[in-house]
Design a protein around this ligand. Structure first.
Ligand code: URA
Length: 212
């Protein structure tokens, strides 16, 4: 896949997912949480207030993946607690899911200064934490919100508009992955909310096994 090759070349690495085992024997949520809390693998540890591990039901069927903590998340240590988080909660409620019923995490566990895009080297260091969380959770469905989450989970540079509307497959376990817009983008572009609503209904059908 050309886009994937270009993307990985830009990262300056071959494919970190092929080099790291997804699940580690004897691993637990606590092991991962303790490592994340102490993490100093990239420069973001110098500017963060708190790491943001993720929140929700550790037995959830749904995993929602965002980009990285913003200012409010960095203060509180919880993902999606700012304005975008309020919209994410409403989007989930629209398909019958309370925030407490899903697990919510980000590609990056620390806030990039001034909310800049995550750097490829930061993603390469941090994504394995998310992969280990996924191995613990074994979700029935993953919902990536926004371009950064979608492109990094799929290791592609394909635009988000082309990634929506398909069931992708994540990792060796082939977890169904659906893509939608980031709630922060939807706050700026409310006319796109209609498409996000279609995506969420699509994801609900995938999760219930009624979408081929
Ligand atoms: N945006 C994200 O992608 N994640 C958060 O946790 C907050 C805002």
């Amino acid at each position: 896949m050309e886009g994937r090759a270009t993307y990985l070349a830009a990262l300056g690495i071959d494919d970190w997912r092929q080099r790291r085992p997804l699940a580690t024997a004897g691993e637990s949520w606590e092991t991962i949480a303790a490592e994340v809390a102490e993490c100093r693998k990239c420069g973001l540890c110098e500017t963060r207030t708190r790491t943001v591990f993720g929140v929700g039901d550790r037995k959830a069927r749904w995993l929602v993946v965002g980009e990285a903590p913003g200012a409010e998340e960095d203060k509180q240590g919880e993902p999606f607690v700012g304005r975008a988080g309020g919209l994410l909660d409403s989007m989930l409620r629209g398909i019958g899911l309370a925030r407490e019923q899903v697990f919510i995490a980000n590609v990056l566990k620390c806030r990039p200064p001034n909310n800049r895009d995550p750097a490829p080297a930061e993603v390469a260091q941090c994504l394995p934490y998310l992969e280990r969380q996924i191995a613990q959770l074994q979700p029935r469905i993953m919902l990536a919100v926004g371009r950064i989450a979608a492109q990094n989970l799929l290791a592609t540079d394909t635009p988000i508009g082309k990634l929506r509307g398909h069931v992708h497959s994540f990792g060796a376990a082939g977890i169904p992955l659906v893509i939608t817009y980031h709630p922060a983008y939807l706050l700026r572009s409310p006319t796109e909310k209609r498409k996000a609503w279609e995506d969420l209904k699509f994801a609900r059908r995938v999760a219930s096994g009624t979408q081929a």
